[in-house]
Design a protein around this ligand. Structure first.
Ligand code: NAD
Ligand code: DAU
Length: 353
């Protein structure tokens, strides 16, 4: 028995593999293309384990997938592989269509061929868990109820449109071909090993570098934050007991404006590593041009996951954010590894263009 994880060298996939290997002996095969967002340093602590295997490859490569599926005979595929950054999708949507749509299609077809060749009992036990996002639902008005699983799909960015397309493909492969799929739609994650193009790690590192903290527009956009290990525990639970063909929203009931998130990061840094001049990091906050088509508010209603599968998050935003800031302060080597080359180019193009 083993599971195949795609995109396991990224932020959530990496945390998922670390979490899985803490909880199980069952082997994990990690197939990852190692784009700019993939980093094997995240998995250095498990790299030599006999129950961890890494395969460098693309989810769009069907011949590689056939070989990997045949060789490792997984009982489940957990699909994290994606292009994941909204701002990058605005600058260049092609990679998002290629991996999130064409890649997911190729993965589904490869997995379907593998699944069809299994015994009836194996077919019944097999699972394809697709990791998706709350962004497929679009933007909420201030007083609107949080997204439930039956909320209309109204994606607004090239990223969210490509993820919505992948969710539709996964759904169709179940309804048409009977593939035993599960889909999760999660809110914004944060925590260790988060690539610093995203809000929380970006702000921590910019603050420590004495650089401006670039808040888009008025900073009153709302995101619903979940500590990454809580997402991982939800995924393990859905894989274990989720109803085949269903979708589950994952979130921590934790809506925050972007400005308040940045202010909380500054307050934590003021406490844990104060500036030499004694001035608060919050003086570095700067309003910059807004993101085009910026969704104003996301909020997840996680009742279904809680009531049907008994999942609850372990961290509050206060405890999770403190752990996260502490992690970035303690892991400068990991940070240095991901902030060279391509990262500098991105920062230059996106923030100084
Ligand atoms: P990430 O960008 O940190 O990691 C993506 C990983 O996928 C990288 O390791 C990358 O090398 C790999 N990858 C990219 N294209 C590939 C391809 N064609 N074949 C194989 N591997 C490929 O992303 P993340 O933040 O860890 O997100 C993981 C998944 O979770 C994504 O599907 C994303 O849409 C979803 N999600 C993310 C969040 C969030 O807040 N980060 C929230 C909800 C859902
Ligand atoms: O909601 C889930 C989604 O969360 C995931 O599907 C995506 O993969 C993930 O990247 C994330 O998308 P967001 O666009 O919400 O995350 P990001 O960290 O890029 O931005 C969070 C908020 O902060 C958003 O409102 C934009 C704002 N922001 C972001 C950056 C990078 C800023 O104000 N300044 C910045 O420099």
């Amino acid at each position: 028995m083993s599971i195949l994880v795609t995109g396991g060298a990224g932020f959530i996939g990496g945390n998922f593999i670390l979490d899985w290997l803490e909880a199980h002996d069952e082997p994990v095969v990690n197939l990852d293309k190692l784009t700019y967002a993939g980093n094997l340093q995240t998995l250095a602590s498990v790299a030599e384990r006999p129950n961890y295997h890494f395969v460098h490859g693309d989810i769009a490569d069907r011949s590689l997938l056939a070989t990997v599926l045949q060789r490792y005979q997984p009982r489940a595929v957990v699909n994290f592989a994606a292009e994941s950054h909204v701002d990058r999708s605005i600058h260049g949507p092609a990679d998002f269509i290629q991996t999130n749509v064409v890649g997911t299609f190729n993965l589904l077809e490869s997995v379907r061929q593998y699944w069809l060749a299994q015994s009836a009992a194996q077919q019944q036990d097999f699972r394809f868990l697709h990791i998706s996002t709350d962004e497929i639902y679009g933007s909420l008005l201030p007083e609107a109820p949080a997204f439930r699983e039956d909320h209309p799909c109204q994606p607004n960015s090239p990223y969210s449109a490509s993820k919505a397309a992948s969710d539709h493909l996964v759904r169709a492969w179940h309804h048409t071909y009977g593939l035993p799929v599960l889909t999760t739609n999660c809110s914004n994650n944060y925590g260790p090993y988060h690539f610093p193009e995203k809000l929380i790690p970006l702000m921590i590192l910019q603050a420590l570098d004495k650089k401006p903290l670039p808040v888009y527009g008025d900073g009153q956009q709302i995101r619903d934050w979940l500590y990454v290990r809580d997402h991982c525990s939800a995924l393990r639970r859905v894989l274990e007991a989720g109803r085949i063909g269903d979708t589950y929203n994952v979130g921590g009931w934790n809506e925050q404006t972007n400005l308040s998130v940045v202010q909380r990061i500054c307050a934590l840094l003021d406490e844990l590593q104060p500036r030499a001049d004694g001035i608060s990091y919050s003086t570095q906050i700067t309003s910059v041009k807004d993101r085009p088509g910026h969704d104003r508010r996301y909020a997840i209603d996680a009742h279904k996951l809680e009531s049907e599968l008994g999942w609850v998050p372990a961290e509050t935003f206060a405890s999770g954010l403190r752990k996260t800031v502490q992690w970035y302060l303690a892991n400068t080597q990991w940070v240095q590894g991901v902030t060279s080359g391509n990262y500098r180019l991105w920062m230059e193009q996106h923030y100084h263009a």
